[in-house]
Design a protein around this ligand. Structure first.
Ligand SMILES: [Zn+2]
Length: 233
C-alpha cells in the first residue's frame, strides 16, 4: 500500500510568457519543516534542472528521506528560456534580476541581465513568489551553474552554517558574494530581505550532469536534516 503521508503532490505555480506550465512537486506536504529547491531560473543552465529532477526521483523511490521534511521542488522556473537554451525568459528578462527588491534596477535592455520593465513584472517571478507564500520555507536552495571555476555555495541571509554543511558534502567553496552586484536577484529578495536562509548553489559548468548529481545528492539530503533541527521559522 502506498505511504500516503509521504507521497508527492504536483502543483502548477503558473504559466510562462509562452504559456508553458511552471510546476512544483511537494513531498510530505503536511509537515512544516520545509526545504524549497529551485532549478532552471536560467534556461542555459540545464544541469540545475537535471539535479532537481534526479532529486525528485530519489525522493519518490525513498520515502524515508521525506519522513521529517517537507520538500518543495520546482525544477524549471524558466521553461521558455530552457526551450531555447537561453538565459532569459521570452520577454528577454533575466528572472534572477526581476525580483521586487529595494535594490532592483532595470539595467540595460539588451544586457543578459536585464531586470525587466518593472520589479516583479514577469509571470515566472510571480510563480516563484506564490510558491514561497504557499509553503513558507525554512531554507531555500536555488540551483544555477557557472563557468571558469567559480562554482560555490553562495549564501544570502542567515545561511552561513547551511553553506558549511553543504560544503562538507560537495566541497565547493563558500562565498557570501558571487563577485558582482546582483540587484533584483532571488537570493537578495529571499535571503537578505525576507531573512530566509538561502543558498545559491552554483554548479561547475565543466562537470557532467552525472558528477554534479553525485557531488550534490548528499549535500541536498544534509540540508533536509538541517531544516529539521533549525530553530528558524
Ligand atoms: Zn544562473
Amino acid at each position: 500500500m502506498p505511504d500516503k503521508l509521504h507521497s508527492a503532490v504536483s502543483h502548477q505555480l503558473g504559466v510562462s510568457v509562452e504559456n508553458r506550465p511552471i510546476l512544483a512537486t511537494v513531498f510530505n506536504k503536511d509537515c512544516q519543516d520545509t526545504v524549497t529547491i529551485f532549478g532552471g531560473f536560467h534556461g542555459d543552465e540545464p544541469k540545475s534542472v537535471h539535479i532537481c529532477r534526479e532529486f525528485i526521483k530519489l525522493l519518490s523511490q525513498h520515502p524515508a528521506h521525506s519522513r521529517h521534511t517537507r520538500w518543495v521542488i520546482a525544477p524549471l522556473i524558466n521553461p521558455d528560456g530552457y526551450e531555447r537554451r537561453h538565459r532569459r525568459n521570452a520577454h528577454k528578462v533575466d528572472i534572477n534580476r526581476n525580483f521586487p527588491t529595494e535594490n532592483w534596477t532595470p539595467g540595460k535592455r539588451n544586457s543578459r541581465m536585464f531586470g525587466g520593465p518593472s520589479p516583479g513584472s514577469e509571470p515566472e517571478t510571480s510563480a516563484v513568489i506564490n510558491l514561497i507564500a504557499a509553503y513558507p520555507p525554512h531554507v531555500i536552495i536555488t540551483i544555477h551553474s557557472i563557468s571558469d571555476g567559480r562554482f560555490c555555495n553562495n549564501y544570502d541571509g542567515p545561511a552561513k552554517s547551511l553553506a558549511e554543511i553543504m560544503h562538507q558534502h560537495n566541497h565547493y567553496p563558500i562565498t557570501s558574494s558571487i563577485g558582482y552586484a546582483t540587484p533584483g536577484s532571488f537570493g537578495h529578495w529571499a535571503g537578505v530581505e525576507k531573512n530566509i536562509p538561502t543558498i545559491t548553489l552554483e554548479l561547475p559548468s565543466h562537470h557532467s550532469p552525472k558528477k554534479c548529481w553525485q557531488d550534490n545528492r548528499p549535500a541536498l539530503l544534509a540540508v533536509g536534516a538541517f531544516a529539521q533541527h533549525s530553530q528558524l521559522s
